[in-house]
Ligand binder design. Structure first.
Ligand code: ASP
Length: 589
């Protein structure tokens, strides 16, 4: 037997027991006549000790130990002279009787401590060593718990976990597909799924009326911060449901996770907001509700007073920042520079300081009474700083939304241990893209229009189409979209119309999605569903911003596996077998 106990297990009640432990050497130190070894495994650290007059063989082995050696030891549990109340095993130590090196280790390239000295790259290269560290073990344990609790809840609600294929047909709508050449079908390619969307809908046609899967998805996108080319979803679909049924069911899931994993109760239903409201008041379709600081439309109160910047703007909006009226010139200048950065793209920032007096950067154009009116419109109180941006409506709202988050950060209003989930509903069905001069589905092409917008959906008028709302919803947590879904189209004619709006010819629609359209001929039930971004959900539950620590083997921010060094070139013979070379040649000719 390699071990009788783990390194996190033994307590004062075990004193006198003879035990065998195995693990990694965390630390070796000598104090007077005592030789200490801290032994670590997944469960904790236990202190081993041998006196200078111990068995010579034992002492010799101890002298030869280094950090991260794998050892086994046998000994008796003893009460410690000086206890360590910070360690669960801090009352005891093991008096070594026998010690064996199971495997020596080179000195690790960084320390295995909570605050390690290793940089991002080196830790990525030696991920298996980084994974020995506590914060990562905790993150993966949380992820495991989340997966188990998700399965428990969905199983209790009669959902079936069904696997769908990874080698599928390329459906180039949405993000870019990763493709896989088929050796047995020269010149043809599979795609890796961006999500199991079409398969879960086919499962509904097949009568499996509650499906879920914790499933890997692949998107070949340019990597934005904290995105992974492969990521995990909790993917779900239900039949014979309306929007309300889906929202209730998955609000139930999120509440179950909060309760079982974080011991947090949410008695109240989650807040709900339409997409239009979210944009209007928070300048974002994923508002962070941990703090207020809503956006106010002050266009009508500032125009017509001779300030041409405002007079010519489509929209003027403001946020009121609590307690910042005393900001210095330097601070407001710095904020102005901040909003002018290309990511925000504002031309300038106008502010009102609502202190003992009311003062603004546009005092020339506004009397104190008029400034007070604006402050009132912004629900500002004495001591607040009002920040104003103007320009095209949506763009300015978005900029104000970003500024709002920044001020929330600066004022410490975004506490990672506080949770504010909400639903966003009534998204636009379609987005117009100027560059390609066509509509794209805002969610995906299988999302149903809202029933009351069906007439507009059949209109030939671009503006009417742009106004169609989708029967789609997102769930948002602390400013992050953690899931999204919709009630689906299940009528073949409606689906055909959708493809038509998206600019597909009938042949193209048939070629790409014929299997789904055909299935709709054979008794498709009304259905809808949702998918959660599992990595992000775990990170947020862990109070972290980045998902990388919650994935055992993530890619770096250029999409590389720097440990195994992938992607990599393949042999010419492999290329030939896959007909890749010949394809290249053909194109070059
Ligand atoms: N398949 C969708 C997605 O990945 C989610 C859904 O509509 O259920 O975003």
């Amino acid at each position: 037997m390699y071990r009788t106990n783990t390194c996190g297990e033994l307590r004062i009640g075990d004193v006198g027991k003879k035990v065998t432990l195995a693990g990694w050497v965390q630390r070796i130190r000598k104090m007077g006549s005592l030789n200490f070894v801290d032994l670590r495994d997944r469960y904790g650290i236990t202190q081993l000790v041998a006196e200078d007059n111990a068995d010579a063989k034992v002492l010799e082995v101890i002298r030869g130990l280094g950090r991260e050696f794998v050892i086994q030891t046998e000994g008796v549990v003893c009460e410690r002279q000086s206890k360590n109340p910070k360690m669960p095993t801090g009352d005891i130590e093991i008096k070594i009787e026998k010690i064996t090196i199971l495997n020596a280790a080179e000195t690790p390239p960084f320390t295995i401590e909570d605050q390690t000295d290793g940089g991002e790259d080196i830790r990525g290269k030696y991920r298996y060593i980084d994974l020995r560290r506590n914060p990562l073990q905790k993150a993966l344990a949380l992820r495991h718990r989340m997966a188990i609790e998700t399965r428990k809840y969905l199983d209790s609600q009669d959902f079936m976990e069904i696997e769908t294929p990874f080698l599928i047909k390329s459906t180039p709508e949405g993000a870019r597909d990763f493709v896989v050449p088929s050796r047995m079908n020269p010149g043809e390619f599979y795609a890796l799924p961006q999500s199991p969307q079409t398969f879960k809908q086919l499962l509904m046609v097949a009568g499996y009326d509650r499906y879920f899967q914790i499933v890997r998805c692949f998107r070949d996108e340019d990597l934005r911060a904290d995105r992974q080319p492969e990521f995990t979803q909790i993917d779900c679909e239900m039949s014979f449901v309306e929007r309300e049924d889906v929202l209730q069911m998955f609000e139930g899931l999120v509440k179950h996770l909060f309760k079982s994993v974080l011991k947090k109760d949410f008695a109240e239903p989650f807040e709900r907001m339409t997409y239009d409201e979210a944009m209007e008041y928070y300048g974002s379709d994923k508002p962070d509700l941990r703090f207020g600081m809503q956006i106010h439309d002050i266009t009508s109160c500032v125009q017509g007073k001779g300030f041409s910047v405002f007079d010519t703007a489509e929209y003027v909006g403001a946020i009121s920042v609590t307690g910042c009226a005393a900001y210095s010139r330097k601070q407001t200048d710095e904020l102005t520079e901040w909003v002018k950065r290309p990511q925000i793209g504002a031309k300038g920032l106008i502010f009102i300081k609502y202190g003992e007096e009311i003062k603004s950067s546009v005092d020339k154009f506004y009397t104190p009474e008029q400034l007070s009116k604006i402050a009132e419109k912004c629900h500002a109180e004495k001591g607040d700083l009002i920040l104003i941006l103007c320009g095209a409506k949506r763009k300015t709202q978005t900029a104000l939304g970003t500024l709002r988050l920044e001020m929330g950060n600066r004022l410490g209003l975004r506490n990672p241990e506080e949770f504010k989930p909400l639903w966003i509903t009534d998204f636009p069905l379609l987005e117009w893209d100027e560059e390609t001069a066509r509509f794209y589905a805002m969610h995906h092409p299988f999302t149903s229009p809202k029933p009351e917008d069906m007439e507009k959906f059949y209109s030939k008028d671009k503006n009417q189409l742009a106004a169609v709302k989708a029967n789609a919803y997102d769930i948002v947590l602390n400013g992050n979209e953690i899931g999204g879904g919709s009630i689906r189209i299940y009528d073949r004619k409606v689906q055909e119309r959708m493809f038509e709006i998206l600019g597909f010819t009938q042949e193209q629609a048939q070629y790409r999605f014929g299997f789904l359209m055909n299935a709709f001929k054979y008794g498709a039930p009304p259905h809808g569903g949702i998918a959660f971004g599992f990595d992000r959900l775990c990170a947020l539950f862990g109070g972290q911003e980045t998902i990388r620590d919650y994935i055992a083997f993530p890619k770096n921010n250029t999409g590389r596996d720097i440990m195994a060094d992938a992607p990599s070139v393949i042999d010419n013979s492999q290329m030939d077998e896959l007909f890749l070379k010949s394809t290249f040649k053909k194109e070059e000719q």
